[in-house]
Design a protein around this ligand. Structure first.
Ligand code: HEC
Ligand code: HEC
Length: 237
């Protein structure tokens, strides 16, 4: 064989190898490409949501016993890291189960990630805050005395003068209700409202004025005093 001949054979072999290379993992590569399309991701999210979450958080993410997740204000408020943690580890002392295999649940890390991403991809809306800064998702409890003043201005209209139920909304000081929910749930509700049931978010509770971060921490502290009466205090008035 001439030198050129040898080179030709080498080039032909290289071509063969590289073409074959494309075909060595065709099934897998294609399955992965299909699984990664936005449509497939959305379908996977909805299937998981329907099976694992809809029973409590509502069909289509609304009108369940637990808060709506199909809520762009909530999705702009909550850090993804927190959503991942809640799904994986659950919220002890509440009805929120732990789903991670490592915590005794039935979802892989990949499935949990699909839920975390899918909530944002399917149900968030970038313009929902209209430029308003969202209050911090988490913060320490504030001052309950001041909180009672916030309650009178922002909540009593609907929930009644002392929170025991009013014309537009039920009691939120019932000990059996408060025993089932965390402080963070109360805070999340004050900030994001319950759009599905007609409770406005923190911007719409006092006409023309959004609650400040201090108002929010204070009114949550007031509600928390209704759960566990502090000895030596009147119970928050
Ligand atoms: C415009 C009326 C309105 C205002 C103002 C309002 N709420 Fe509500 N709230 C509702 C409605 C409606 C619900 C749904 C439950 C029901 O039907 O009573 C609700 C539900 C709640 C819940 C239960 C949520 C859950 O899913 O566990 C809490 C806690 C709550 N509100 C706290 C507050 C606090 C605190 C304020 C004031 C900072 C406030 N709300 C202001 C109407 C209102
Ligand atoms: C058995 C009922 C139940 C199921 C099933 C359930 N949740 Fe929940 N979830 C709750 C309750 C109740 C809370 C509020 C707990 C509290 O008091 O903080 C909650 C809270 C949450 C929160 C935090 C809300 C906040 O305040 O920021 C997220 C996020 C959440 N759930 C996501 C999910 C997802 C995603 C699924 C499905 C994988 C799911 N949940 C399944 C009942 C449930």
């Amino acid at each position: 064989m001439t030198v050129v001949g040898v080179l030709n054979v080498a080039v032909a072999m290289l071509l063969f190898v590289s073409l074959a290379g494309c075909d060595i993992l065709p099934g897998r590569a294609r399955a992965r490409a299909q699984r990664d399309t936005p449509q497939a991701q959305t379908a996977a999210f909805h299937a998981l949501y329907d099976q694992q979450c809809a029973g409590c958080h509502g069909r289509d993410g609304r009108l369940g016993a637990a808060r709506p997740l199909n809520d762009p204000v909530y999705l702009a408020l909550v850090p993804s890291e927190r959503v991942r943690h809640v799904i994986a580890q659950g919220l002890p002392g509440t009805a929120q189960p732990a789903f991670a295999l490592s915590a005794g649940g039935s979802l892989t890390d990949e499935q949990i990630e699909s839920l975390v991403q899918g909530l944002q991809a399917s149900w968030s809306r970038p313009d929902v805050l209209r430029g308003d800064g969202v209050p911090p998702y988490a913060a320490p409890l504030g001052d309950p005395e001041r909180g009672s003043i916030v309650f009178a201005a922002a909540c009593a209209n609907c929930h009644g003068a002392h929170g025991g139920g009013g014309p537009k909304a039920r009691s939120i000081v019932d000990p059996s209700y408060l025993a089932l929910v965390s402080d963070q749930h109360l805070r999340t509700t004050v900030i994001a409202g319950r759009a599905d049931l007609g409770m406005p978010d923190w911007r719409g509770q006092i006409p023309g004025r959004a609650l400040s971060p201090a108002d929010i921490s204070n009114v949550v502290a007031w509600l928390v005093t209704k759960r566990t009466p502090v000895p030596g205090r009147s119970g928050g008035s």
